[in-house]
Design a protein around this ligand. Sequence first.
Ligand code: KDG
Ligand code: MG
Length: 403
Amino acid sequence: MPKITAAKTIVTCPGRNFVTLKIETSDGVTGVGDATLNGRELSVKSYLDDHVIPCLIGRDAHRIEDIWQYLYKGAYWRRGPVTMTSIAAVDMALWDIKGKLAGLPVYQLLGGANRSGVMVYGHANGETIDDTITRAGEYLAAGYRAVRLQTGVPGMTGTYGVSKDKFFYEPADADLPTETVWSSERYLPVVPELFAAAREALGWDIHLLHDVHHRLKPIEAARLGKDLEPYRPFWIEDPTPAENQDAFRLIRQHTTTPLAVGEIFNSIWDCKALIENQLIDYIRATVTHAGGITHLRRIAALADLYGVRTGCHGATDLSPVSMAAALHVDLSIPNFGVQEYMRHTAETDAVFPHAYAFADGQLHPGDAPGLGVDIDEAAAAKFPYRRAFLPVARLQDGTMHDW
Ligand code: KDG
Ligand code: MG
């Protein structure tokens, strides 16, 4: 049996912070897992270094499900983003090892491909509607079949999703949280204008998405969904915070605009009621923050029973290891919907050499054994950790709001 002989965490900041777990086995095979929790990176590193790695040594690397259950049930303190990201990193690394030992890409171990590739959506953003549409046109020209549209709100600086750099949206931008200002009243009329202009300029042969980023009250989200219906959005995402899941019933009663939720979920228990009550259309849980390949598949299987498809989060704060793992899941499940793809910087791609590749609006994980992604430790060492926080949002009168 391939015994786990060593494991370590590697922190690197090639433009942004990433935490990677690397597991070694007695067979000489290694595996990698993404353990990045944006803005709270070192807490996951400590959880792994201090509380998980010592328990892994000597275990059979093939027993992925047993190790998952051991770490989940054995913690006693179940769930939560730090615990579930740590378990996810171990899980990904073990699937990587199993694939390498079998000589197969992980998607083959998960049942094989269900489709030619994984449809991804890119991020078009701009300070103005015209800017955003120009960017969306560039994505179309590059072959994308789906694009997320985010635009500046007149009078508001630092609107969510709008960045100076048009290709790499990086919200974790400062040593202490940047304070941004928000007004739902100003935002609400802008999005339907954006979508009307986008359909006019780009036509109907492209999926258009939008991220509300938890900012609206349920009744406001219901109105936005209704106002967008004529433009047939693929989805609106995180229309309202998902702690109170009954809020989605209210939104649902008013609109047929599809709803996507779950990028900050970390367990099937966060997803269960929304899925079983058919209150959402796409579940966005990630392989990194929701317990790894093993747990994400379980979430996808539950969703499939209720006609809910996946639309996994894929922001820049999920490393190429996470992207590779997500693609193996996406390719192999029956109810895949779309995969978010915020491209990484050239420095990040160099630190994490990977087999996945983009063509015709789709990503494919490639056929290298395992996940098909690695970490170049020498390159990683050139980019030491830099503390970086996500921003916070306040209303114009100073009241704290959801960022
Ligand atoms: O770390 C926070 C980001 O991952 C998040 O703001 C990105 O909402 C996001 C998205 O849909 O990509
Ligand atoms: Mg989002």
